[in-house]
Design a protein around this ligand. Structure first.
Ligand SMILES: [Zn+2]
Ligand SMILES: [Zn+2]
Length: 138
């Protein structure tokens, strides 16, 4: 399945009051608003930037408050798409389509418990050969 089909299938239904950060703490954020369950993305770009695959939730950009951003850096991975990471510790935090009012937040950067579930798998066909995708996914 492609990212573009997702918004119809997986809706943001949980009301979150979550906090998160990168490993070094140079980037810290809060989410206050509706939070989508977690989608795993196995596209080549997510594998290359994360070192494995991306697991992300998605929120409205207005509901994401970045409290610390000294080390936040944005990389335009494809024209119109940007990925936010910490240039000190290398942590992947955000993925965003510039034309969207929503932003993906890497689920592993959220302070647990998140209250979220992994519900969907996309770009499984691009997954590297060592990756095991749970049966019945996608
Ligand atoms: Zn960091
Ligand atoms: Zn991806």
């Amino acid at each position: 399945m492609k990212q573009s089909d997702l918004s119809d299938r997986v809706k943001a239904t949980k009301t979150g009051n979550l906090t998160g950060s990168c490993l070094c703490g140079g980037v810290r954020y809060r989410i206050q608003g509706l939070v989508r369950d977690v989608v795993n993305c196995y596209c080549t770009q997510c594998q290359k930037t994360s070192g494995h695959h991306v697991a992300a939730t998605r929120v409205k950009e207005k509901d994401l408050f970045v409290d610390a951003h000294e080390t936040l850096h944005w990389y335009e991975s494809t024209p119109g798409y940007k990925r936010g990471f910490c240039k000190q510790c290398g942590g992947n935090l955000f993925w965003s389509r510039l034309s969207d009012d929503q932003i993906s937040v890497m689920a592993g950067t959220i302070d647990p418990p998140t209250g979220l579930k992994t519900v969907e798998y996309i770009y499984e066909e691009d997954a590297s050969d060592y990756i095991e995708i749970p049966k019945g996914a996608g």
